[in-house]
Design a protein around this ligand. Structure first.
Ligand code: F1P
Length: 611
């Protein structure tokens, strides 16, 4: 989603190159236009392009642009269509300032209306231009910070901004309210960077300051001055954090998604190695204490992370005999959920920046619940705001479509359930040797699925031209099928609807004919024969079936020859992992056959920072 980057060199230099590098590092988040602005000889210069950063790069190279300081932005359209006018930076009418912005200004229409009544003319449809115009209107007497304070006080919503003004040719001003914004100073060069995403700062030895609660920063060569939201000077210590660099290499794979699918044997073994001591057969989660009194658990997340929560919720309930439910964060936050001191709210988020998940987490905290974040990005907002945080350690995930983070979420959450069994229930989980045997075999089982890539690819090519699919499963295979359908939707833009297999006959079966294939997930022993019966109902109506089935279930060939055979001696708890990996490959190869842009699908973003 939108990304902010800014650069102030310690010694005068051209800021353009650093800004472009910053934008390239932000690309993985998903965006649809890019722009940058800077100051040269006391004048604001700005450049914008719809589409990829490379289009902007071509423009600034063509014009041999040199700027003394720079702010840069990748925009994911929210207010207003995908046009150059709506791309950031947004300027005021007299071009005295340029501003970039992440987040949403909820009352922008009222402010815009008032400013228009005062004679201001707007050139874009964005809420960002409203901030630029309002700030220019509030600005008087070379007093920039007080005018910024007055402007920010009038804005409703959560946002991060960075801005330059021609009267302060060596400064960038930045502020953030409930949206990430980091100021980083390079220890070696004293150059200062601003970014909304730590991943864009991973290239050098950095000291960091995180802006919170409307704090403002004024940044000029080597100097950072900080103010609170009222404009009073404050002091904040740098945090010395080693940022892990987001791997920019596909390591020979055609797409990051394929690389990340193939990372899974390793990412899963990392989860297990980090949390499970194979000598004592104990689960060790150092980050978590004081969980002994937990009486009920809520798992919240969005998209793939919600599916991970939904999947494990029934496992938690069965394993711990503690009431557990999973909820979509954007829904949960508008309910009045019953939460108490002994409620544990687990927020799951790969990026740790999903706005709805963070809002739900804040609601849970305000109601006194204990909160635990499961995330893949250290120092993310989730890391900073949750009471406890468990790092998924899946390694950087670049492709917008989540793959290895999902399987690491499931494996980590399963281990966490065992940990709770150990700590709350006092059960000696070490006795469950079969569980640990299967846990340790997961990487090998996933490798076995990956080895079937050519077969999966041939099925993908056979099914790639259909425009509608059903994905069905029962019990734990239902959330597995939901996640699989989401993969297909995200990257191939095919309509894929997931249903609990038993629900088909209550309506959706009316749609079944030879034009809508069904992808069936049979990795649940408990419900195998029932799912089989549901498939015979589909076959009787001429529906095509591609089954993902355990190897022992040869009966499936009586209704379809299109079968991806998977491990059969795995407990139902674990099946979601290999079945999901097979479904990821299927979605990948279908999208490839259809010629789609796999790593950065249209309209999607890696970190969804708007509500
Ligand atoms: C949630 C999510 C992802 C999805 C896409 C959009 O992100 O829905 O599952 O693949 O990237 O956002 P997160 O909260 O897990 O970072």
């Amino acid at each position: 989603m939108c990304g902010i980057f800014g650069y102030v060199a310690h010694k005068k230099t051209n800021a353009v190159e650093e800004c472009l590098k910053g934008l390239q590092a932000l690309e993985y988040r998903g965006y649809d236009s890019a722009g940058l602005a800077g100051i040269k000889q006391g004048k604001i210069h700005f450049y914008k392009r719809v589409g990829k950063v490379r289009n902007l790069k071509e423009l600034v190279f063509e014009e041999e642009v040199a700027l003394e300081i720079g702010i840069a932005h990748t925009r994911w359209a929210t207010h207003g269509g995908l046009t150059e006018q709506n791309a950031h930076p947004q300027l005021d009418s007299s071009h005295s300032l340029a501003l970039i912005h992440n987040g949403i200004i909820e009352n922008y229409q009222e402010i815009r209306f008032n400013l228009m009544n005062l004679g201001k003319e707007f050139v874009s449809e964005t809420d960002t231009e409203v901030i630029s115009q309002l700030l220019a209107y509030e600005y008087t007497d070379f007093a920039f910070i007080p005018s910024l304070v007055r402007t920010l006080e009038q804005l409703e919503g959560s946002f991060a901004i960075a801005c330059i003004h021609k009267d302060f040719p060596d400064a960038i001003f930045a502020s953030a309210r409930d949206c990430p914004l980091i100021i980083a100073k390079c220890k070696k060069t004293d150059d200062i960077f601003i970014s909304s995403d730590a991943n864009a700062l991973s290239r050098q030895d950095m000291e960091l300051i995180f802006l919170h609660d409307g704090e403002i920063a004024q940044i000029s060569a080597g100097i950072i001055t900080l103010y609170d939201k009222k404009g009073l000077i404050i002091q904040k210590a740098f945090e010395s954090i080693s940022l892990c660099s987001k791997s920019s290499s596909k390591e020979g794979f055609e797409h990051f998604m394929l690389k990340e699918i193939f990372d899974q044997p390793l990412s899963l073994s990392q989860v297990i190695k980090n949390r499970f001591d194979s000598h004592t057969a104990k689960v060790q989660i150092h980050e978590c204490k004081d969980l002994g009194q937990i009486e009920h658990i809520r798992l919240i997340g969005c998209g793939t992370s919600y599916h991970a929560g939904l999947l494990v919720s029934s496992i938690f309930e069965e394993m711990l005999q503690i009431e557990t439910s999973a909820e979509i964060a954007s829904e949960f936050r508008y309910k009045d959920p019953i939460l108490r001191k002994n409620s544990l709210v687990i927020a799951i988020s790969q990026s740790g920046e999903t706005a709805d998940t963070l809002a739900a987490l804040r609601l849970a905290k305000s109601k006194g619940a204990k909160t635990l974040g499961f995330g893949n990005v250290m120092h993310s907002s989730l890391f900073r705001e949750a009471d406890l945080f468990i790092d998924l350690k899946a390694g950087p995930e670049v492709s917008v479509c989540s793959t290895k983070a999902f399987t690491s979420q499931i494996a980590s959450l399963l281990l966490f359930a065992l940990y709770l069994k150990q700590t709350i229930k006092g059960v000696d989980v070490a006795l469950d040797t079969t569980f640990f045997h299967h846990l340790e075999s997961l990487s090998g089982i996933v490798t076995d699925v990956l080895q079937q890539k050519d077969l999966i690819r041939s099925f993908a090519e056979k099914y790639a031209d259909y425009e509608n699919f059903f994905f069905i499963g029962r019990n734990l295979m239902y959330p597995t099928s939901m996640e699989a359908a989401l993969k297909l939707k995200e990257i191939s833009y095919i309509n894929a609807t997931a249903y609990p297999a038993g629900e088909l006959k209550h309506g959706p079966i009316a749609l079944i004919d030879e034009t809508i294939p069904t992808i069936a997930f049979l990795g649940n022993e408990k419900t195998l024969s029932k799912t089989f019966s549901n498939l015979t109902e589909i076959q009787a109506r001429k529906g095509k079936i591609l089954a993902l089935s355990p190897r022992h279930f040869t009966k499936i060939t009586t209704i379809t020859n299109d079968v991806i055979w998977l491990q059969n001696d795995l407990p139902d708890f674990f099946s979601a992992i290999p079945y999901s990996v097979a479904a990821q490959l299927l979605a990948y190869y279908i999208a490839k056959k259809r010629g789609k842009e796999i790593d950065q699908p249209r309209n999607l973003a890696k970190a969804v920072t708007v509500e």
